[in-house]
Design a protein around this ligand. Structure first.
Ligand code: ZN
Length: 527
């Protein structure tokens, strides 16, 4: 066994560990006969990014494909004892002598796959099994409508390590001309000669993402725009029907930990006791809850670290084993540093809520992850002293605690902003008539309450009618860079903020409120 012709045979994972010599970067025992399988991930047109995310990065649940596993069922279950299988397939080729035909014929269990996309090697993984299973391929990736072919030559893969290594130097060293267009096999001797090229650059990438300490000279510092961009496209490569809220919930939970001063990394035990109940309660119904999210699926987005699984990883390493060996998971240092800053944190929370949690009870969710104050512009305390009995009606759920310890506010400022606008709402212009005269409310833009801790100044206030005060406080409307008032839900403009020459509103507070509303999404996307 073990010469693997890419045919119907599938080889046991143990075959990979037979003949060992040398050591690779990770201290793993390295076989002299390991070849490289260079694997183009495929273009968007071929749904390459989606396939990669679905069946390699996340892995497929074997129980979902029980019907089509056929004779491969037992072997796959043995290779993937936690029931989540990482698979990648190739379509058949009519040729016999081209690179792809040779690779399909001569690749074997134990070889290392390098995934390639856009002049970059993006990931590496060991082949744990080879099988040919048309039904499984069709079920996992579909069938090409034109050719009726599917990716039936399947590799079962060990743990995936993602990185960004420029492909050009390696391809050039291998006497190949970029871009890589086809599945290509690199023989063991060639691989040994050039392994250092890959490991050298992969080590740099690994160092950047390794936890323990902050990188001394980060190759690239993550900015707020990049952070938001990454948070906004957690699901970008995933087809709608496969999207779950587990990734975004895990990130929100991690932000909650930061906000309460806890460390950025959490052990498996902590994830089980704190995160899993949240995934159960707020996750997509019908999606099983496991440690897959904190310990595997989030790693590819540049936001997330899993630490302590690299050093002693036998191939195949099961998720359970790495978790039990003391692995920790959490936000990467750069992301954590940004998320400790108030504006970036407000933006991140606003974006997660508006992007992923539209249909769930955000107030309850934020409360559960320790970010309750972010559900309202005014913060955890009642910010308005002017409404008569209106505070509860403003919150249909009535869940908020209104305490007596609300920040003191300067009544003279309240009166002043109302007087300047003559009780006219700055959003709609309404001057609400009552038996006792006109009525309006003074709203702080960046709330006085925790965690916003805005200042009690005229430049941080608006004069609003009760309706628009409720909408402003519940983050339903925000003010954009050009003083247009917009709905958070869809960005639709509902008018322009009415301003008074003697009432200068400070844009930084408007920006903070907009961040809470997820209203910076469009500008983040442009970066
Ligand atoms: Zn109004």
């Amino acid at each position: 066994m073990g010469n693997g012709h890419g045919d119907e045979s599938i080889f046991d994972a143990s075959a990979a560990g037979g003949r060992e010599g040398g050591k690779d970067l990770a201290g793993r025992v390295e076989s002299d006969s390991v070849q490289w399988v260079l694997q183009p991930r495929g273009s968007a047109r071929m749904r390459g990014p989606q396939h990669f995310d679905h069946s390699v990065r996340r892995g497929i649940r074997l129980v979902d494909y029980e019907r089509v596993l056929g004779e491969d069922a037992d072997t796959l279950k043995r290779i993937f004892p936690d029931g989540v299988a990482r698979l990648w397939g190739s379509t058949p080729t009519q040729h016999t002598g081209n690179a792809k035909a040779v690779a399909l014929r001569d690749r074997k269990v134990g070889d290392e796959v390098l995934f390639y996309a856009q002049n970059t090697f993006i990931a590496r993984a060991r082949i744990l099994g080879l099988l040919r299973n048309r039904d499984l391929a069709a079920a996992v990736w579909g069938v090409d409508e034109e050719t009726q072919s599917t990716w039936e030559y399947i590799m079962a893969l060990g743990d995936i390590v993602e990185f960004h290594v420029p492909a050009q130097p390696i391809l050039t060293a291998l006497a190949m001309t970029p871009p890589l267009r086809s599945l290509t096999l690199v023989r063991a001797a060639e691989r040994r000669r050039h392994l250092r090229l890959l490991d050298g650059q992969a080590a740099v990438a690994a160092k950047r993402s390794s936890a323990g300490r902050e990188p001394s000279t980060p190759a690239k510092t993550m900015g707020r725009g990049e952070l938001l961009h990454a948070l906004g496209k957690l699901d970008a490569d995933v087809p709608d029907e496969r999207r779950t809220r587990h990734g975004s919930l895990t990130l929100l939970w991690a932000i909650g930990r930061l906000a309460s001063g806890q460390g950025r990394l959490a052990s498996a035990d902590v994830c089980r006791s704190q995160l899993e109940p949240i995934l159960h309660e707020f996750g997509t119904p019908g999606v099983s809850v496991s440690l897959e999210y904190p310990f595997r699926h989030l790693s590819g987005h540049g936001l997330w670290d899993v630490v302590g699984t690299e050093r002693r990883r036998p191939d195949p390493v099961s998720l359970a084993a790495s978790v039990e060996s003391g692995a920790q998971a959490g936000l990467r240092p750069e992301a954590a540093r940004l998320l400790r800053q108030p504006l970036a944190r407000a933006e991140a929370i606003g974006l997660l809520c508006t992007t992923y949690f539209e249909n769930i009870d955000q107030e309850e969710l934020l409360e559960r992850v320790g970010l309750g104050g972010y559900a309202h512009a005014s913060g955890a305390e009642e910010g308005d002293g002017e409404r008569d009995g209106g505070s509860e009606s403003a919150r249909p759920s009535g869940r908020r605690q209104v305490t007596s310890s609300r920040p003191d506010r300067d009544q003279r400022l309240v009166n002043r902003v109302k007087l300047l606008h003559q009780h006219g709402c700055q959003v709609c212009g309404l001057r609400l008539e009552t038996r006792f005269g006109h009525y309006s409310e003074a709203a702080h833009i960046r709330g006085l309450g925790s965690p916003h801790d805005g200042p009690d100044t005229l430049s941080n206030m608006l004069c609003l009618c009760p309706n628009h005060h409720v909408q402003f406080d519940t983050l339903t409307i925000f003010i954009d860079e050009h003083w247009n008032v917009r709905r958070s839900r869809d960005g639709q403009s509902i008018g322009t903020l009415r301003r008074h020459p003697e009432h200068a509103v400070d844009e930084q507070y408007v920006e903070y409120h907009r961040a809470l509303c997820g209203g910076n999404r469009s500008s983040a996307a442009r970066n």
